[in-house]
Design a protein around this ligand. Sequence first.
Ligand code: ADP
Ligand code: MG
Length: 256
Amino acid sequence: MSEDIPVIAIRNLHKRYGALEVLKGVDITAHRGDVVSLIGSSGSGKSTLLRCANLLEDSQQGDITFKGEPVHWKGEGLQRRPADPKQVLRIRTNLSMVFQQFNLWSHLTILQNVMEAPVTVLGRDREEAEAAARKYLDKVGIGDKADAWPAQLSGGQQQRAAIARALCMEPEALLFDEPTSALDPELEQEVVRVIKGLADEGRTMLIVTHDMKMAHDVSDHVVFLHQGLIEEEGAPEQLFGAPKSERLQGFLSSTM
Ligand code: ADP
Ligand code: MG
């Protein structure tokens, strides 16, 4: 892949739920190795944007391109849908999502949780998938929890298992939706450390977060969303150090 082709490019994206216009023309680009953080008040459209990016959610206008491959649509407006289910699967499995609430299967062990999708969705050989799952559990520091049940783990450990599960899909990019918001402060840092490690090894990531310190420390680019539009964006030093818009200034002072 040529380096100037972004892993994800979103152009002029519009999304509405009935009469509620949630995204009003948003552009996001992530090249290979980029960490892009999305910040903004609750309700500004951050989660919706992530869910539209990996086609968990429909959008009504605008383009989404994955490694130079534009999403094919059929229909228009509220009827617009992705046209090609195989393309949807390819894109979704390559943009692995990590959710605020971990979403582990409670009836599966940690190891089974991590190897489930590679086996059932990607058709990987079980032994291969298990070896990969153990490798990623080691990587996030919970190799010893492979045979535990999710309920036996702390929130921080469960979230690290969810990150291992996302990594086990060998995705092109990881999408995080408030990965530390459900965690007690003392458990947050173990997840932040894992995310920093992934940034250091050059993973492509879109991260919705209200942890401004993490956004500052891991991002190449930070986007401030306000009511479905990008109000300001830039390098973290600039965005956090010298915010231009009054709304961003207000938002940042309210998060201190
Ligand atoms: P954020 O993640 O920035 O807090 P969201 O993307 O979750 O914001 O939500 C943006 C807006 O869209 C909010 O007003 C929210 O109430 C609305 N919204 C989100 N999901 C749905 C849905 N499934 N149906 C209707 N409205 C929704
Ligand atoms: Mg959200």
